[in-house]
Design a protein around this ligand. Structure first.
Ligand code: PEP
Length: 253
């Protein structure tokens, strides 16, 4: 049976009180596929969301982390700090962090290693800009990200990573990649990963699509064979919209 992960990326939204109420409402949905659902929330909301989701099967996590365990890194949060709160997931290399906060494939690689060592599942974002796609360079661009981001990560660790293909031109723009475009790139990424490791590893790894996924387009995207779910920004901020996407995945089981 196909495995899914439906992950909501709240970005810099919601106060702790709102986050707690959201988590309670989400838990009350009693999803049959709760184990395949997660929300990625701002640091200040992690403890509240974790305690409200306890026992629901729904995962939670952060949107960034530092790769060092401790030290003089003012304003940063380490992997042991996330571990202490009990997070399941952490986004790494989101295009907004690559664009606005100087994230590079080198720092992404170090973060993946630090999270994997701690048993926290990284959700690694890759994806091309509109300029790159218009120049027909999307496959080379994304392949290079995958090569660099997984550099030196052994197979048994690598298959634990969740990859999210997020074309930058589709994030927060309302422009979704067509199911065919999304499938083509997710299948391509699976092939690249299989080339780095082996075919079984490629079958095992979860590859999500992200970019303006919403209730109206989720079923068509999730039905594609190489798409194991979604990383959802805007539509994850409302319980009903997010739940509709979770339900769309449940119906494909
Ligand atoms: C995201 O930021 O990961 C994302 C996919 O955003 P949106 O769904 O709003 O395009």
């Amino acid at each position: 049976m196909k495995k899914f992960l439906i992950a909501g990326n709240w970005k810099m939204n919601k106060l702790t009180s709102e986050a707690g109420a959201f988590a309670e409402e989400l838990k009350a949905k009693n999803f049959t596929n709760a184990e395949e659902v997660a929300i990625l929330v701002p640091f200040t909301q992690l403890a509240e969301v974790g305690s409200k989701l306890a026992g629901s099967g729904i995962g939670f996590g952060a949107q960034n982390v530092h790769f060092e365990k401790s030290g003089a890194f003012t304003g940063e949060i380490s992997v042991p700090m996330l571990q202490e709160i009990g997070v399941d997931y952490c986004i790494v290399g989101h295009s907004e962090r690559r664009e606005y906060f100087g994230e590079t494939d080198l720092t992404v690689n170090k973060k993946l290693k630090a999270l994997l060592e701690a048993g926290i599942t990284p959700i690694l974002c890759v994806g091309e800009s509109l300029e790159v796609r218009e120049g027909k360079g999307e496959q080379t661009f994304v392949a290079n990200q995958v090569f660099a981001d997984f550099e030196g990560i052994p197979r048994n660790m690598a298959t634990k990573v969740v990859i999210a293909y997020e074309p930058i031109w589709a994030i927060g723009t309302g422009k979704t990649a067509t199911p065919e475009q999304a499938e083509e790139m997710c299948a391509f990424i699976r092939g690249v990963f299989g080339g780095m490791y082996d075919n079984e590893a490629a079958d095992e790894i979860l590859i999500l699509y992200g970019g303006s996924m919403k209730p109206s387009n989720a079923a068509d995207l999730l039905a594609k064979p190489d798409i194991n779910g979604g990383l959802i920004g805007g539509a994850s901020l409302k319980v009903d919209d997010f739940s509709a996407i979770v339900d769309a995945a449940a119906q494909l089981k």
